[in-house]
Design a protein around this ligand. Structure first.
Ligand SMILES: Nc1ncnc2c1ncn2[C@@H]1O[C@H](COP(=O)(O)OP(=O)(O)O)[C@@H](O)[C@H]1O
Ligand SMILES: O=C(O)C1=C[C@@H](OP(=O)(O)O)[C@@H](O)[C@H](O)C1
Ligand SMILES: [Mg+2]
Length: 181
């Protein structure tokens, strides 16, 4: 298999972008990149600490820069933070240099995943479940602009979802050559 463009996984917090992206990169034998991990490593601070010290706008600017830098590298799998695709300029860069895949999940599944880890600053509210629901409603129309959509299901293991993404990519000869799925 030969990957011609970086595959960018977009979607809500808890959709599994980071977990599925790692597995997909392994299946494709290409590098795995995660914009959050890059920002955390460069800042030597957690995402929550960056939000607290420098604010969300600062984080969003760093996120946009990191994504463009990673897109210019050799093709791989790039999982971005849930808010990254909201920025029009970032969407344009992704559509120019990569292929976007929306990992779509419903509220119950997202909540079951994110409630276990209090690491996401946007959910540090008095009612994080309601906040998640609001963000999902606001963002779904934007995620729908992605090139491809893969629905994640509660019964799917990480590898099952990665295989579902691979099957979508295999339909696009301009993205992935020689897939036998
Ligand atoms: N079938 C599955 N698919 C994706 N993630 C899963 C699955 N089962 C459990 N998870 C877990 O859900 C959590 C959220 O996934 P993560 O990859 O961090 O999402 P995101 O990067 O989209 O916020 C992680 O702890 C991940 O391991
Ligand atoms: O949805 C968002 O705005 C965010 C999602 C997070 O990444 P994940 O989507 O990987 O959880 C992280 O970038 C930050 O907490 C903001
Ligand atoms: Mg992630």
């Amino acid at each position: 298999m030969k990957l011609h463009k970086t595959v960018v996984l977009v979607g809500m917090m808890g959709a599994g972008k980071t977990a599925v992206g790692k597995e997909l990169a392994r299946m494709l034998a290409v590098p795995f990149l995660d914009s959050d991990e890059e920002i955390v490593a460069a800042a030597a601070m957690s995402i929550a600490e960056i939000f607290e010290r420098d604010g969300e706008a600062f984080f969003r600017d760093r996120e946009a820069e990191v994504i463009v830098r990673l897109l210019r590298g050799k093709p791989g799998v790039l999982s971005v933070g849930g808010g990254a695709f909201l920025r029009a300029q970032t969407r344009e860069m992704i559509s120019e240099l990569g292929v976007s895949v929306w990992l779509k999940a419903d509220l119950d599944l997202l909540w079951s995943r994110v409630r276990q880890k209090p690491t996401r600053p946007l959910l540090m509210t008095s009612d994080p479940q309601a906040t998640l629901a609001q963000l999902l409603a606001q963002r779904e129309p934007v995620y729908a602009k992605a090139d491809l959509v893969v629905e994640t299901q509660p019964a799917y293991a990480i590898a099952d979802t990665a295989r579902a993404v691979l099957a979508q990519l295999a339909l696009r000869a301009d993205v992935l050559e020689g897939a036998s799925t």
